[in-house]
Design a protein around this ligand. Structure first.
Ligand code: AKB
Length: 355
């Protein structure tokens, strides 16, 4: 990623600092991304979340803001104060939580994203260069209607099986289309539509379940894997809410962050699509439990499937095809299943819980 820091520009007498906006900064993705960008020399991070950003992350940010992405007055203030070149829009209500309040999910996941896309357009128009809009989508955009269909589909490409059964999946799929619209067709009939360099450069990755050694997700349905591993490390029993044979793809947090930054840095002309699948390994819940038990022999893992949450996992594909990401921008995860546990998860989790 270019530039660490922070240009300050003056337009019409008012100066605006350069900025990289991260929404959902308090989520587990946000944490890792802020640290990685800071370590790479970025001093222009604006962190936005509905919760107070962790004290440990504050010194890494130019500004931390407690606020809501649906608050247009807040986004106008950001536009007035900053020359934003990149937006990492991580804020979302995840799949399990969204099912309890689909209307709230739509507000945050879709309306909030539209407000940020509009901010990106306004920014690009005001500073005359593209705004990179990084959007994490999800395997939740897929929907297969039976276990037989899931087995038949195997690893799916970006364009197959796009009939999600969850509100979160519908929201993510809608935002993939909105991003493409804002990037390529926004106000296509208007005389003053954005043109040339002043545009939104929308880039999206469909993430599988993400597993971090340091943080736990909340409100997701792929959470069974990280929950199982962290419970074992803490010496707590864990009742897994999906069957042993439930299978979806996963990736480690460092590989997920590296992928986002790699796509962000990619030369635009190399990109053949706006939405890319990525995957690293696709074990069943039972296979994850066996590996966890081999590292934590006292782990008490049982399987007590929750029929509804199991249904969501059953509707997601057992793996995805990520050839386009590998060819276009060099996606190559460092961790396969074995390396994920032996090199990343187990050493870091053990250190995390013994400190
Ligand atoms: C969720 O379970 O909601 C997410 C996802 C797979 O997108 N982790």
């Amino acid at each position: 990623m270019t530039s660490p820091d922070s240009t300050t520009s003056t337009s019409g007498g008012a100066s605006r600092h350069g900025g990289t906006l991260i929404t959902g900064a308090c989520g587990e993705f946000g944490h890792g991304l802020i640290r990685t960008l800071y370590d790479a020399g970025h001093r222009d991070i604006i962190a936005l979340d509905v919760r107070e950003v962790d004290a440990s992350l504050k010194p890494m940010c130019r500004e931390t803001i407690v606020g809501d992405i649906t608050d247009t007055a807040l986004l106008s203030r950001l536009h007035a104060n900053y020359e934003i070149r990149s937006i990492f829009h991580l804020a979302a209500l995840l799949s399990t939580r969204s099912e309890f309040n689909p209307e709230a999910a739509h507000q945050v996941n879709v309306v909030g994203t539209m407000h940020l896309l509009k901010l990106a357009v306004d920014e690009a128009m005001s500073h005359g260069s593209p705004v990179r809009f990084m959007f994490p989508s999800s395997i939740a955009v897929y929907g297969v209607d039976s276990l037989q269909a899931k087995a038949r589909a195997g690893a799916v490409s970006e364009d197959q099986c796009l009939e999600p059964t969850t509100m979160y999946g519908c929201n993510k799929l809608a935002c993939e289309h909105l991003g493409r619209y804002y990037a390529r067709h926004y106000r296509q009939l208007a005389k003053d539509r954005p043109s040339g360099e002043a545009r939104v450069d929308f880039r999206c990755i469909r993430f599988p379940g993400v597993i971090s050694a340091f943080t736990l997700p909340s409100g997701g349905t792929s959470d069974f894997a990280p929950e199982m591993i962290h419970a074992a490390a803490r010496g707590e029993p864990y009742a897994c809410f999906v069957r042993e044979d439930a299978r979806i793809p996963f990736i480690t947090m460092p590989d997920a962050i590296e992928a986002l930054l790699r796509l962000h840095a990619a030369v635009a002309t190399r990109l053949t699509r706006s939405v890319y699948n990525i995957t690293a390994f696709a074990p069943s819940a039972g296979e994850i439990a066996s590996i966890v038990r081999s590292h934590f022999p006292k782990a008490e893992i049982t399987f007590r499937p929750d029929i509804e949450r199991q249904g969501i996992v059953d509707s997601w594909p057992e793996d995805t095809k990520d050839a386009a990401a590998r060819a276009d921008w060099g996606f190559k995860p460092q961790h396969d299943l074995q390396a994920a546990f032996e090199e990343y998860l187990i050493p870091n989790i053990k250190a995390h819980y013994t400190n």
